[in-house]
Design a binder for this molecule. Structure first.
Ligand SMILES: Cc1cc2nc3c(=O)[nH]c(=O)nc-3n(C[C@H](O)[C@H](O)[C@H](O)COP(=O)(O)O)c2cc1C
Ligand code: SF4
Length: 820
């Protein structure tokens, strides 16, 4: 047996070690490998182990719901770290709060498989002795022009149908707004009907060289055509179709420069989907010229074509656009390259069609959605300075280029555009507070003085088209982020500098109080709302962290359409979700969402909010629009509150947006509820919630902005008194780690450890007496200001409170920004 070496033999130590190593190396190596394997296995299993739900918050429900984050909800073209997405709440869970995420980035949808062979050309299907023609007029309109023309057109067409003998077998036209139309009902196959009723499509469209709902429509037509499960010409059962485009020749003087470009695209896709059943050539109208006359002329031609069809003559031979050989070839060629997908030389990409760079790119996104299996052609999350092109020749474009009409329109309205997708505007309450004339409801409810508050957004684009949105429908909308992306530091510097610049401009305004002016030169709060969807911005987390590091609190409002981004968001000071309706139908009418699965997305967001409610203050923002989302909906809203259990429910009457956009959405002053109506609604909601055992009560009000606050009294009442305000300094200390939060999780061996903070950790002072429900919400230290002819004399109930107190003439207002 060998003994341990004595000090005298220390010199021989290396030899001993070598001897030992040679003798035992096999078992040593084997043990080391096994140990490493065991450790790795343990780490792996730990990673897979479902989290446990243990909420130690007294008096609060502690279960968590499983949120199924569908792969298609993961943002395209953005890098979302799955481990970040799994930030899902306060505690260890017994169930996975979020379903496992698809690790890889999701690329544009790629459909693999062979295209179905085009069958023989559809034979005429109209039996002129027995069948009747049902014309369907489809239109899409963002700012109302096309809608107006579509309605005029339908009336004139209906008169022809009722008067002309030739039109005996033509029925009255039916009009459809494409924004509200189920594509599946009309654009995947002809509508179902009596076998004798044959449909004819008349499509009237404007064109926009920015992302709008029109792009979605076009993408759908293209997807249908390219879907190998569907016949390439699934609409060949139609009698025919014709398209009329509206455009603006001042901005887009020629076809090459984009005049009516999207209508042309729709015309082409329809030719493919119908198997070349263009019954009459596409018409175009210049809205700055004689659009009315051009439409009228086109209508007469179209009526003639319909007369022929009604007489059983079919679509005719050799008429341009009716399937004559030359044009058919052209369309076939396009079709062939579409199915190839990876050929950027597709005709539609050729400069011949459009020379404007942005138009070209628009077409790129429309046409090449399923391009090549590499899925993500460009990483759009790279900052402007260094876009990394991976594969595609198409570069990302700017969301709001300086030369765009949107830029001009926004800056005219007082917005400062930072970079190409962020905006900041000084809100009217900030100006009011600077003059000592009162702050917005955020002051009454949460203690934010409006002159210390900045309103901004890192994404002017949105995935909704809400009826009450002031943006006139012309701002960029889209379901995916595909723009040049500015760095969060650039946005932060840009918005804060622009805000200070605007504050400085208030220096000479009569009534501005010197001390408030000085205070305003240090921003304390940021309302990330304004317009657009802030969480759409791929680096929203970095931006929020920069704000917190600068001791600026964050109130972030999202539209409940981006569950993956919501799940991945870092905790903000107060997290809002807009709840614009209580059910699917109503939400569709109000928000006019771009996502087809908008309701599922909405519900997933509610579940995420529920899971995260002990991590940050969560708020439901209800905007009441009379005639749209108020009557009979109290129980529906209560269902939603029960589902998400937000800390707060803010209920606000819509502000009238006296613009053509509001008009086209069917919104008038009649849709603006009186304060008393809002109050009645809130009382009914409180009763409904209480009847379900939920602990919500009416906490505070701000009558001037027609806003009332319900809050969870089990969480935001201290010793029987409402405490809805926030201790901001405490929030920053928690953020900086200077004080420890009380959110705990069970660690190894069941030991509890602190993992963060809870909303309860930064509850501030009691809600002041003047802000409590029943007391109006106006700080007596501020000075009330009434416009001439307004104010206390006004009979109660005759005047909308907010407008009287703020001195705003409702009829003259043209903004509907809902400040938070
Ligand atoms: C942001 C923006 C982009 C536009 N892009 C185009 C375009 O590319 N081609 C065109 O012919 N007209 C373009 N127009 C003009 C519109 O198509 C035209 O104003 C139309 O009448 C709008 O119809 P609507 O009110 O029904 O939305 C654009 C207008 C705006 C505001
Ligand atoms: S109101 Fe907000 S959510 Fe709705 S469209 Fe406008 S910006 Fe988007």
């Amino acid at each position: 047996m060998r003994t341990m070496p004595s000090p005298t033999t220390l010199g021989q130590l290396p030899d001993e070690l070598i001897y030992l190593w040679h003798t035992h190396r096999v078992p040593v190596l084997l043990s080391a490998v096994s140990l490493i394997a065991l450790v790795r296995l343990a780490i792996y299993l730990r990673g897979r182990r479902p989290k446990k739900t243990v909420l130690s918050v007294p008096g609060s429900p502690n279960e968590k719901v499983v949120v199924d984050l569908k792969p298609e909800w993961l943002p395209e073209n953005t890098t979302l770290d799955p481990s970040v997405v799994n930030i899902d709440g306060p505690a260890e869970d017994t169930v996975p709060a979020l379903a496992p995420l698809v690790k890889s980035k999701r690329g544009p949808r790629t459909i693999k498989g062979k295209k179905m062979k085009r069958g023989p050309k559809a034979t005429p299907v109209f039996d002129h002795k027995n069948d009747v023609v049902q014309p369907l007029v489809f239109f899409q309109s963002l700012s109302g022009t096309t809608e107006r023309f579509a309605s005029q057109f339908s009336q004139a067409f209906a008169s022809w149908v009722s008067e002309a003998q030739d039109a005996a077998s033509v029925l009255e036209p039916k009009i459809h707004d494409i924004s509200y139309t189920e594509y599946d009902d009309y654009f995947i196959s002809p509508p179902k009907s009596d076998a004798k009723v044959k449909h004819f499509y008349i499509i009237l469209l404007p064109s926009y060289n920015i992302d709008t709902v029109l792009s979605t429509f076009l993408e759908n037509l293209q997807e249908t055509h390219n879907d190998f499960r569907i016949d390439t010409a699934p609409l060949s059962g139609l009698l025919g179709y014709s398209v009329f485009g509206f455009g603006d020749k001042e901005g887009w003087p020629s076809e090459e420069e984009g005049f009516c470009s999207q209508a042309r695209e729709v015309d082409k896709w329809m030719a493919r989907l119908t198997g070349k059943k263009r019954a009459y050539p596409m018409g175009v109208g210049d809205v700055k010229g004689n659009a009315e006359g051009q439409l009228e002329e086109w209508r007469l031609g179209l009526q003639e074509a319909l007369t022929d069809i009604a007489r059983g003559k079919g679509l005719g031979e050799g008429v341009p656009g009716s399937g004559d050989p030359a044009e058919s070839d052209e369309e076939d060629e396009d079709t062939a390259s579409d199915s190839g997908r990876d050929t950027p030389t597709s005709k539609m990409m050729k400069p011949k069609k459009t020379t404007r760079v942005d138009d070209l790119e628009d077409l790129g996104t429309m046409v090449d959605l399923s391009a090549s299996a590499s899925a993500i052609p460009i990483d759009f999350t790279n900052y402007k300075s260094k876009p990394i092109l991976k594969a595609s020749p198409a570069a990302p474009k700017e969301m709001v280029p300086v030369t765009s009409p949107t830029y001009a329109s926004l800056t005219k309205q007082g917005y400062t555009i930072i970079g190409s997708h962020s905006g900041v505007k000084i809100c009217r309450w900030t100006k009011s507070a600077l003059r000592g004339r009162g702050s917005c409801y955020k002051y009454s409810f949460y203690g934010i003085q409006s002159h210390l508050c900045m309103e901004a957004t890192p994404s002017l684009s949105c995935s909704n088209k809400c009826v009450f949105c002031w943006r006139h429908g012309t701002n960029p909308v889209g379901t995916t982020w595909r723009w040049i992306t500015d760095a969060p530091e650039v946005i932060y510097d840009g918005i804060t500098n622009a805000h200070y610049k605007k504050i400085k401009m208030m220096k000479g305004v009569p009534g501005v109080r010197a001390e408030r002016f000085a205070e305003a030169m240090r921003i304390r709060h940021c309302a990330l709302s304004l317009v657009g969807e802030p969480i759409f911005y791929p680096h929203i987390n970095e931006l929020v962290n920069i704000m917190h590091a600068n001791r600026i609190s964050t109130f972030l409002v999202c539209n409940a359409q981006h569950p993956a981004q919501l799940a991945a968001l870092v905790p903000v000071t107060q997290l809002y979700v807009s709840i614009d309706a209580s059910n699917k139908d109503s939400l569709r009418k109000i928000d006019r969402p771009l996502h087809r699965d908008f309701w599922e997305r909405f519900c997933a967001c509610l579940d995420i909010l529920r899971n995260r409610r002990f991590e940050q203050r969560t708020v439901f923002r209800l905007t009441l629009v009379k005639g749209f989302n108020m009557a009979e909906e109290v129980r529906g809203y209560a269902d939603l509150v029960e589902r998400a259990l937000p800390g707060f429910v803010e209920v606000k009457g819509v502000t009238y947006c006296g613009t053509s956009a509001a008009g086209s959405a069917g919104l008038t002053m009649q849709n603006v509820p009186f304060y008393e109506e809002v109050a009645e609604f809130v009382r009914a909601l409180e009763v409904e919630l209480k009847s379900r055992g939920l602990t919500y009560g009416i906490a505070a009000e701000h009558a001037h902005s027609c806003c009332i606050l319900l809050a969870d009294e089990s969480r935001f009442k201290r010793e029987g008194r409402w405490a809805t305000r926030i201790e901001y300094e405490r929030f920053f200390e928690l953020f900086e780690g200077k004080v420890q939060g009380t959110r705990v999780e069970k660690g190894d061996g069941g030991k509890t450890k602190v993992v963060g903070w809870r909303p309860e950790d930064y509850i501030g002072a009691e809600t002041p007496e003047w802000a409590l429900w029943g007391n109006g919400g106006f700080d007596p230290r501020d000075e009330r200001h009434f416009r001439k002819g307004k104010g206390p004399k006004v009979e109660e109930g005759k005047e909308k409170e907010g407008e009287a107190e703020m001195g705003v003439d409702a009829k003259k207002r043209d903004v509907a920004v809902v400040e938070i």
